[in-house]
Design a protein around this ligand. Structure first.
Ligand SMILES: Cc1cc2nc3c(=O)[nH]c(=O)nc-3n(C[C@H](O)[C@H](O)[C@H](O)COP(=O)(O)OP(=O)(O)OC[C@H]3O[C@@H](n4cnc5c(N)ncnc54)[C@H](O)[C@@H]3O)c2cc1C
Length: 414
């Protein structure tokens, strides 16, 4: 068992949340050990679309250069190609103007950016441990972290542990944080290349038949594809031929050229399929000596595309508290717990509206999307949920999170 010099903070999980926190803390003079279970950063199929408000969070954390160096690509327009939208109604939404001075959302290779963040943290003085397995965390005034590497068993006794292991909740489970989980549908994602026929700065989403698709270009003919589909068909893209079935699902009447630019693309990474789960913690995501950030502290359904922005908001908020005060007791994190709780409540509500609207299938769902579209064209206020993945949740008008709003939106089909 090795017991090296003790760091101020041990961060468990070197994803966007953990690695960005390591960068911010080391820049502020805090000593950090960052434990990551992978032996090298690989494509795990995570989020790769960063909202404008998330870009602002990255800037505040001082990690925005990792995105540009990692190949971030600005997306400027959003097309909704959908069976409920006629060709005349299709209209490009300019995504560059939601937050002045920021520009459009970014699409980027997730694992490359995490690796660059980890490198930036190391350059700032952090110790990065890859291939860290069997992490044990015992909370307390002086928490204990144990882990194993190929070199042997190790133990650390920092002042604070930050749990950032994502949905696996390795740290959260050990400190007794439980989640209320709900699932609306399933999703799948894959990277492709050779999409030269696709407009390079245009993202698209839409629903046809029983799939809801998303396309996020990453430049140079590459794009991240996501599909959402009903839980009853959860095995549809599994097993032999899954990749081919996944690409073939983009042969859709609503897409230009019936989706040829996508169906003829070449797979350039693993196909991953997952239950699209929203997890809300049943208590505060912390205890004495341990605080959780990112997906480990709870997340809204991925359909909303805000998990990365949230991970960096968490990271920034927690790091600011640590850098501003010598008090690292649980009560010092009360502003974080409160802000995060109301943020997740709003995002969860927004995600449930998006899921109901875009990831339900059949004639009644098509009619609902048509009706809501007409309502939105008549009344701008009905578009409020659409703001939620562009600007920060606190900047969206409160009525967009009311039952009144949801009832108005869905009243004819309730
Ligand atoms: C398929 C999919 C699509 C998504 N699309 C979007 C999107 O377009 N936009 C968006 O904003 N969000 C999206 N999200 C959500 C977004 O990816 C997450 O919210 C974000 O990655 C959370 O970051 P994190 O660092 O908290 O967790 P993770 O990204 O899960 O990172 C956790 C890290 O911890 C490591 N780890 C795990 N367990 C251990 C352990 N026991 N010990 C040590 N290390 C460990 C992992 O290897 C990983 O590096 C998507 C999520 C999924 C699954």
């Amino acid at each position: 068992m090795t017991r090296p010099e003790q760091p101020d903070v041990v961060i468990v999980g070197g994803g966007i949340a953990g690695a960005s926190a390591a960068c911010k803390l080391t820049a502020g003079g805090v000593s950090v050990v960052l434990l990551e279970k992978q032996d090298a950063y690989r494509d795990l199929v995570r989020g790769e679309w960063l909202a404008p408000w998330g870009i602002r969070e990255a800037q505040r954390l001082g990690v925005d250069d990792c995105f540009s160096a990692g190949g971030a690509w600005e997306i400027r327009e959003w097309m909704t190609w959908d069976e409920a939208v006629t060709e005349d109604e299709v209209e490009a939404v300019d995504m560059t103007r939601f937050i002045p001075g920021i520009g459009g959302p970014m699409s980027f290779p997730h694992h490359a950016v995490c690796e660059l963040m980890a490198e930036q943290a190391v350059a700032g003085g952090a110790r990065l441990v890859m291939d860290a397995a069997r992490i044990g965390v015992v909370p307390g005034e002086r928490p204990v972290v144990t882990y194993r590497t190929p070199e042997g068993e190790h133990e650390l006794r920092p002042r604070l542990v930050i749990g950032a292991t994502g949905r696996g909740c390795t740290v959260g489970r050990q400190i007794g944080v439980t989640m209320r989980n709900s699932m609306h549908h399933w999703g799948g994602g894959m990277m492709v290349e050779g999409m030269d026929g696709w407009p390079p700065d245009v993202q698209a989403m839409g629903t046809e038949g029983d799939v809801m698709f998303m396309v996020f270009p990453q430049g140079y003919g590459r794009a991240r594809l996501y599909l959402n589909f009903p839980t009853v068909n959860k095995h549809r893209y599994r097993g032999p031929g899954g990749v081919e079935r996944f690409l073939a699902a983009y042969e859709l009447k609503c897409l230009p050229d019936r989706g040829k630019a996508v169906t003829e693309a070449t797979p350039a990474g693993p196909l991953s399929v997952w239950p699209s789960v929203s997890s809300v913690p049943e208590g505060p995501p912390l205890t004495e000596g341990v605080v959780l950030i990112g997906d480990e502290a709870g997340n809204a359904d991925t359909v909303l595309g805000t998990g990365l922005s949230c991970a960096m908001r968490d990271s920034r908020t927690v790091c600011d508290i640590l850098l501003d005060s010598a008090d690292w007791s649980p009560s010092a994190f009360a502003p974080y717990v409160e802000e995060r709780g109301s943020r997740l409540e709003r995002l969860d509500f927004g995600a449930s509206i998006i899921s109901r609207l875009h990831v339900e299938f059949g004639p009644a769902a098509v009619e609902r999307r048509r009706r809501v579209r007409r309502l939105m064209a008549r009344n701008f206020a009905a578009q409020v949920t659409g703001l939620l993945n562009m600007v920060a949740p606190e900047d969206v008008p409160e009525f967009g999170f009311s039952e009144f709003f949801a009832e108005r939106l869905f009243r004819e089909t309730a």
